[in-house]
Write a protein that binds this ligand. Structure first.
Ligand SMILES: [Zn+2]
Length: 339
């Protein structure tokens, strides 16, 4: 019996000393001291021992248990201390490290240009007006002198919610909504998102932005249009900028024109950027068609006006010399953080 206990104790000590972690230590405790453990099995055998010997053997059993328990406890404390040490080492704070900078967001290049354009026109007394992106067919086409069977409607193929409701293909419906209110004169700028069912490529996107302007008052002439847009171009692209108007056709203006500005890269002498011409097309414009005025309840004999519209993305691409429109929408931080 005594020898058996000695053997158990030696084995236990060996295992405890070889144990690597708290889990292993716990397994050892169960193996030797648990309900079905080796020491317990020995205790159960006490009944076969003569009453005289029992106290002596009992003492040895208790001594063995104590020895094993002490060693287990000691080892446990050592292991916990070592673990704590390890944790502290990992959590050490190096106060000499530079502080982490909080990354601040900033405006999207589209927004920067949009606000710049808005600022120029607000400075000329314009009001910035917004309208719904989901629009009636009537406001998007018909009220702008584009009847149901007109080919211009195909060019602006958009997304239909149903037969009468669509995602606006231009910001012009905002002008109709303002004209309908009948508060004259009007001097307004309508920036916003528009939609076309275009495939995505370097110059097209199913969703992009337009900035449109409208002026209606007595005695408004093409000279007002030219003066206003020439001033706008100078403020946006620099005081040396010249403008050129080329005749064009739009359904809701008459006469209509497209406006070019002198290339702000080469100043008009011709470069890769303007494809050697010295000019860059920037917007469409014209005198508001009398039909459009009439449909909105404005007396076209008394009042006249001009309108213009430009693609925001086009101007952003020019201004920042970006050659692919998709970059504006991909949310790639490496690109966006350059602005
Ligand atoms: Zn150029």
């Amino acid at each position: 019996m005594k020898e058996r206990l000695n053997r158990i104790q030696e084995e236990a000590i060996k295992k405890i000393q070889a144990s690597k972690d708290l889990n292993e230590l716990n397994d050892i405790r169960i193996h030797f001291l648990g309900k079905k453990g080796e020491l317990t099995t020995v205790l159960k055998g006490m009944k076969d021992i003569s009453p005289e010997e029992r106290p002596v053997v009992g003492q040895i059993v208790n001594k063995t248990r104590e020895t094993i328990e002490e060693l287990l406890e000691e080892t446990r404390l050592q292991m916990e201390a070592a673990q704590r040490e390890e944790r502290m080492k990992n959590e050490v704070i190096d106060v000499t490290l530079p502080a982490k900078k909080n990354k601040l967001g900033h405006r999207h290049p589209n927004t920067i240009v949009m606000e710049e354009v808005e600022g120029i026109f607000i400075g000329m007394g314009y009001e910035v007006v917004e309208g719904p992106e989901v629009e009636y067919d009537y406001y998007n086409f018909e009220a702008l002198n584009i009847p149901a069977d007109h080919p211009a409607k195909d060019e602006q193929d958009t997304f239909y919610i149903n037969k009468n409701i669509l995602l606006r293909s231009q910001t012009s419906p905002v002008q109709v909504r303002v004209m309908e209110k009948g508060e004259l004169p009007i001097r307004m700028l309508a920036p916003g998102r528009v939609f076309r069912s275009d495939e995505v490529d370097a110059t097209h996107s199913p969703s992009f932005h337009q900035i449109e302007g409208l002026v209606i008052d007595k005695n408004i002439t093409f000279a007002d249009l030219k003066g206003t847009l020439a001033e706008f171009a100078k403020q946006l692209f620099g005081p040396e900028t010249k403008v050129k108007f080329r005749p064009h056709h739009f359904q809701f203006t008459e006469p209509s024109a497209e406006m070019d500005v002198t290339c702000f890269k080469c100043g008009g002498s011709g470069c890769r950027f303007c494809k050697g011409s010295g000019w860059v097309e920037i917007l469409g414009c014209g005198m508001v068609h009398p039909n459009v005025l009439k449909m909105s309840g404005i007396d076209s004999e008394k009042y006249s006006g001009f309108a213009f519209g430009m693609g925001l993305e086009r101007i952003t691409l020019f201004k920042y010399e970006i050659d692919d429109m998709r970059l504006l929408y991909e949310n790639d931080n490496r690109f966006l953080s350059q602005f």
